[in-house]
Design a protein around this ligand. Sequence first.
Ligand code: GAR
Length: 209
Amino acid sequence: MIKIAVLVSGSGSNLQALIDANLSGQIVGVISNKPDAYALNRAKQAGISTAVIEHKQYPNREAFDDVMHQQLLEWDVDLVVLAGFMRILSAKFVKAWEGKMVNIHPSLLPYYKGMHTHQRVLATGDVFHGCTVHYVTAELDAGQALAQGVLKVTHKDTVDRLAQRVHVLEHLIYPQVVEWICTGTLQHTEQGVLHRGRLLEEPIQFFKF
Ligand code: GAR
């Protein structure tokens, strides 16, 4: 059974969706860089081990990442799932978990990397918006996209409303992608990413209009 660690910084609604999905893999631990992250309560409620590793207590990114790396090794983790983890990771850490670490980002990547995605979508007047699950590489929000949830922006949307609508999509697609990884339906290989045994050239898209 695949052992999963989830890295969080905030509310942890994606962590909750993963817990509720009863995955084939086991969530063996949750790491937060914020001691007051609500996600920690969710983990404890579900009987999952937690570790608080505060980035502020380390002199640099590498030192912080090394402590996280050691914790992941201690839990014997196969897959690292970033769920609202708001720290940029060092190249060394990313390399160590290459092909074994996924992230969810609130935009249709490659558009709107970084922060304030909903605001930027509204300011640009885009018709479509959504979220992307991707492998993590050293470049921010740039690893291969595995799946996207797509919604249609309406005149009623505000930043808050869009954030809420994107969250609904995230809670659908993230557990699905993680489950596919757990069952081997999605595989990271030297030849590329395979989905159902075929080379994945474009992210799998889910629509909710
Ligand atoms: C999610 O919307 C996720 O896409 C975003 O943080 C939120 C966390 O919500 N992640 C990023 O912006 C990463 N760049 P949650 O704590 O309720 O799961």
